[in-house]
Design a protein around this ligand. Structure first.
Ligand code: PMP
Length: 416
């Protein structure tokens, strides 16, 4: 009953109107719609500059190329595209994914790849395979908001490991593992976003990648490497993926959402052999097979379009937007500090400690700018004086307008 009563306290009074309220599984306690989510509905109005979401700039993708792939698939393989497929995914696409991953140093065989409905779905499947109530998941602090939601939905406890501008701090990981072991916790997963992290915008150095892999190996903890942004560097590529040095102790997640388009909902997992078999079974149990149509269109696109040149185009778009955001921050909010990402979608802003970014959000929306409060990225209430700013979607001009509005909001709360 305790989970149900915490459900009561975390959800709005609207729940009293739900006649099934008492019937939900205890694991749904974390699925409460937050006030932030409600504000985002307001923030989607066109007059609001949203620096909140992580939507890729699909306008930078020549749509006629997608349409051509789409038409060819329907003309040549329509009956396959419209049918159920293999629970592991289309073999040809799994082969092509090897070329994508090779760009980050990963060697694998097509047999190792399991296609999922976006990497979000792979996070769910891995959690389903490994997490029992009370298990511990270690993650960077801050970490990806929706991964926290998934881990909690399996009633796992998320513990953050301190990170700095070079990513997770190995010494802090050692300390946290020792502390949790002392408490008798079962440490199941070490969730990492090593390159252009969401939300921190930081990249784990090569030395730290190696050290963290060694710590995980020594302690028998499976690493879950989530890498949606690794190919989206602005100038120099990030260090090779953690999976490139460790095959047996790492589950690697990739996606076409940021390098192609999220609407297809195609991602993948590469897992050690035994885990991969279970992943396929879990995939089949959840969805029977990933979308044949989406997979074939992506496969056709990779085959017939210079997709590497398109990834370069995306990089150029995001580099320009990142530069617009950093220069607007320098101009309008020079007293604050922020991360300067070398790729990906996000800047992590630090406010004076007496400010509360969540409390400030309604005022920001009134000033027609939206952001994500830092608390969303911590399972333990941290991040009240942080903000995640996304530069991926708005144009450089709108980013400047948004940061100027943010300055109005912040200066209204402080004497900045
Ligand atoms: N992991 C991270 C770190 C992300 O930022 C995202 C998307 N915002 C995802 C996973 C999910 O991506 P998708 O399901 O579209 O592949």
């Amino acid at each position: 009953m305790s989970a149900v009563s915490s459900h009561t306290s975390t959800q709005s009074s609207g729940n009293n109107l739900d006649p099934w309220y008492g019937n939900y599984a205890a694991r749904t306690a974390g699925l409460a719609a937050s006030e932030v989510r409600a504000l985002f509905a307001v923030a989607s109005r066109p007059e609001v500059v949203s620096l909140a979401g992580g939507m890729p700039a699909v306008s930078a993708l020549p749509q006629e190329l997608v349409t051509e792939s789409f038409n060819r698939v329907m003309a040549e393989r329509g009956s396959v595209a419209l049918q159920y497929g293999s629970g592991q995914g289309v073999p040809r696409l799994r082969e092509q994914i090897l070329d994508v991953m090779a760009m980050e140093g990963i060697r694998a065989s097509a047999d190792d790849v399991v296609i999922t409905t976006g990497s979000q779905h792979a996070l769910e499947l891995v959690s389903k395979l490994f997490l029992d109530p009370g298990d511990a998941v270690l993650a960077e602090g801050p970490t990806y908001l929706t991964a926290i939601v998934i881990f909690k939905s399996f009633q796992a406890d998320v513990f953050h490991v301190r990170s700095d501008e070079h990513g997770m701090i190995p010494e802090s990981l050692r300390e946290e593992i020792a502390r949790l072991k002392g408490l008798g916790k079962r440490l199941k997963l070490l969730y990492m976003i090593p390159s252009f992290q969401n939300p921190g915008g930081v990249t784990l150095t090569w030395e730290r990648r190696l050290e963290i892999l060694e710590i995980a190996r020594d302690n028998g903890i499976l690493v879950l490497e989530d890498n949606p942004y690794g190919l989206l560097h602005f100038d120099t590529p990030p260090p090779p993926a953690m999976r490139s040095v460790e095959e047996d102790g790492v589950i690697y997640l990739g996606t076409f959402s940021k390098t192609f388009a999220p609407g297809f909902r195609v991602g993948w997992a590469v897992a050690p052999h035994a885990i991969r078999e279970k992943l396929i079974l879990a995939n089949e149990a959840a969805i029977l097979s990933p979308s044949s149509f989406s997979q074939l269109v992506i496969s056709e696109y990779l085959e017939t379009v210079d997709w590497r040149a398109q990834v370069d185009r995306f990089r150029g778009v995001y580099r320009e937007r990142k530069e617009a955001m950093i220069s607007a921050l320098q101009e309008y909010l020079p007293e604050l500090s922020w991360t300067d990402p070398q790729g990906g979608f996000y800047v992590w802003l630090t406010l004076p400690p007496y400010l509360d970014s969540k409390k400030m959000l309604p005022r920001a929306v009134k000033e027609l700018v939206a952001y994500t409060p830092g608390t969303a990225f911590f399972a333990d209430g941290g991040g009240h004086d942080n903000i995640r700013l996304s530069f991926c979607y708005p144009t450089p001009e709108m980013i400047r307008v948004g940061v100027r509005r943010l300055q109005t909001v912040i200066s209204g709360e402080t004497d900045l």
